[in-house]
Design a protein around this ligand. Structure first.
Ligand code: ADP
Ligand code: ZN
Length: 220
């Protein structure tokens, strides 16, 4: 089984949704940099205040800050049992820093899952996206509502739209994705770690089985 996994993909590709499903099912630590930043923002910590302007305009938080945050998350006891990185790395320097951090622990990435999806689907999905303000569980106003509108199925928290899910920031985040993150596809392909996973529809049994075959199998 693969225990150290990176989920790659554009905003709205389903990274967060699938990362949660995989980490819950296989007891891996879910490390989502966007969620970690949003938590700091909500608590108005110094880090939160520092990252606020970047997040609000859909720009990347500087590598140095992001890397420090991930390094801390990876030193936790639970991370030693395996983890799913969701939204990190997003730049080549972040990928290189990750390699160095993992090497200190004697670890290596087992698989990089690239969630491939048509660009026009991405925008619509992102605009319909909802998230629990308590536990971060993702929802979707069109395809994946909670049982009771506005109330999280998992924790009873309030289900809201993200502040940065506006048409303008989404466009900016797509540009940022193409310029900075898409090059990681080749980076990991060259390292023979890349698996491409087509994620067009909402999560269902069939896509779930396909993804778990990748995670649980030896095959890439
Ligand atoms: P999405 O993938 O849907 O755009 P995320 O929740 O992963 O959303 O990220 C939200 C925001 O948090 C990003 O637009 C960026 O400002 C910041 N962020 C998250 N991860 C990183 C990262 N690895 N490097 C730099 N900034 C990041
Ligand atoms: Zn919740």
């Amino acid at each position: 089984m693969k225990r150290r996994i990176i989920m790659l993909g554009a905003p709205g590709s389903g990274k967060g949704t699938w990362s949660k499903i995989i980490s819950d099912a296989r007891k891996l630590t879910h490390i989502a940099t966007g969620d970690l930043f949003r938590r700091e923002l909500a608590a108005e910590t110094p880090l939160g205040l520092e990252v606020k302007s970047y997040m609000e305009r859909g720009a990347l938080v500087p590598d140095e800050l992001t890397i420090r945050l991930v390094e801390k998350a990876l030193t936790g006891e639970n991370a030693a049992l395996g983890f799913v990185l969701d939204g990190f790395p997003r730049t080549i320097p972040q990928a290189e820093a990750l390699e160095a951090i993992l090497a200190k622990h004697g670890w290596k990435i087992d698989a990089v899952v690239d969630l491939a999806i048509e660009e026009d689907v991405l925008i619509g999905r992102t605009l319909a996206r909802l998230v629990c303000s308590g536990c971060g569980q993702p929802y979707n106003a069109v395809s994946m509502q909670p049982a009771v509108e506005g109330v999280c199925d998992r924790c009873g928290g309030e289900v809201v739209r993200r502040g940065d899910d506006t048409e303008e920031t989404i466009k900016k985040r797509m540009e940022t994705y193409h310029a900075n993150t898409a090059p990681l596809i080749d980076y990991y392909r060259e390292r023979d770690l890349l698996v491409t996973f087509s994620n067009e529809g909402p999560p269902n049994e069939e896509t779930r089985d396909l993804l778990f075959a990748i995670i649980d199998g030896d095959k890439r």
